[in-house]
Design a protein around this ligand. Structure first.
Ligand SMILES: [Zn+2]
Length: 284
């Protein structure tokens, strides 16, 4: 059965153990692996902008938590681990099908363009404040620099919404069909992931906050996605409508309209190079 048929809230209500079984399995897989070179490249770029008091918001459709892990690892490099509270969660992007008219641009040229967009040189008399990283604002399960659009397998919440709090998920390696209970009302707990028959909201998925970030940003980088989910498509549409620079990294790009530049090829090859170029460019 395709995931879109059974990963629904309706199915969860009927057989919660089956849905939890899928999540327990997925968490085991995620635990066996680690964030890859692209997760780390983006996290390092976030820290680079953070040091310059500029914001690089990561919005992800992934539910595996790797972007948050990479973010916290990068954060630990620039501030003491003890000042970082329990992990937050966040992240991404998406897109469509290729067109023969889409042409790739050079990373060097593109990074120069991005830097010219966002870099504000200090005025001669301005005092550059010493960079003091702050611990992320902590609401359990959220981080204001990484947004997980579809939730995260690392968290669960009350299925009856007795509270909007998020809780850590059950131990990896628990019984296959273990159904955890809500720590507050002792009712059934559900995974903190968006089911296919549910919509995005602000409370659990930060929909309005994310759209606001897009409205106020200078540039949108869309990475390896087919824009098949409606919020991802809306994010790209909003950027195009507001005439923002859009960079699409994809083996088969799909954004055809607007001020878009394409980096065509494997994300794992292109993304680290782009992140590096953006930092080098800024330091010139
Ligand atoms: Zn409850």
């Amino acid at each position: 059965m395709p995931a879109s048929k059974f990963l629904t809230h309706q199915y969860f209500c009927n057989v919660p153990g089956e849905i939890w079984r899928w999540h327990h399995e997925f968490r085991k897989l995620v635990e066996k692996n680690k964030p890859n070179i692209s997760h780390h490249a983006l996290a390092d770029l976030q820290m680079f902008y953070k040091k310059q008091n500029q914001k690089f918001t990561l919005i992800t459709q992934n539910i595996d938590g790797y972007h948050i892990d990479a973010y916290h690892q990068a954060l630990e490099k620039i501030q003491p681990a003890e000042s970082i509270k329990s992990p937050d969660r966040i992240s991404t992007t998406s897109v469509i099908r290729s067109s023969p008219n889409i042409r790739s641009v050079s990373i060097k040229k593109l990074s120069a363009r991005v830097s010219s967009l966002t870099y504000k040189a200090p005025t001669p008399n301005s005092k550059i404040e010493e960079f003091k990283p702050k611990p992320p604002l902590k609401k359990f399960g959220f981080c204001d620099e990484v947004y997980e659009l579809h939730g995260s397998i690392n968290y669960m919440r009350c299925d009856k919404n007795c509270t909007t709090d998020l809780f850590s998920g059950p131990k990896v390696g628990c019984a296959d069909d273990f159904v955890p209970e809500c720590p507050k009302c002792k009712g059934v707990a559900r995974p903190h992931t968006l089911f296919f028959d549910e919509g995005y909201d602000q409370e659990y998925y930060r929909k309005d906050t994310i759209l606001n970030e897009i409205r106020t940003g200078d540039c949108l980088i869309v990475i390896g996605t087919a824009l098949e989910t409606n919020l991802a498509a809306k994010i790209v549409g909003l950027s195009i409508m507001n005439k923002k620079l859009v960079i699409e990294i994809n083996p088969q790009p799909c954004i055809k309209n607007g001020n878009v530049r394409h980096l065509i090829g494997c994300v794992e090859n292109i993304l680290p190079e782009l992140c590096e170029a953006l930092q080098t460019q800024r330091n010139v």
